[in-house]
Ligand binder design. Sequence first.
Ligand code: FES
Length: 100
Amino acid sequence: MSDFTLMPAGVTLDLPEGTTLLQAVLAAGGKFAESCPGAKCGACHVFVTAGRKGVSKMTPVENARLDSIIGVSGKSRLACQASLTGTEAVTVELLGALSG
Ligand code: FES
């Protein structure tokens, strides 16, 4: 199990290893403007602000998609591509416009 916190809502859940960040965000009450079968729309862009070692490694597909998105940082991940590894508590922050 892995502690997952969604910010700025401040909701923390204990979720199984393998849960995608997208599933975790939705379980914590967050939402995204749209979704796709995987690494195509970029709408699930989130910032992992703590616990980066608690998230799966970035694949070349995810990395390539992030390269085409404006506003990415070293903390950026695609929530549909990254999953909890259970090794460290993870905090994710949604982009401001979608954090409502
Ligand atoms: S849901 Fe489309 S890139 Fe993640």
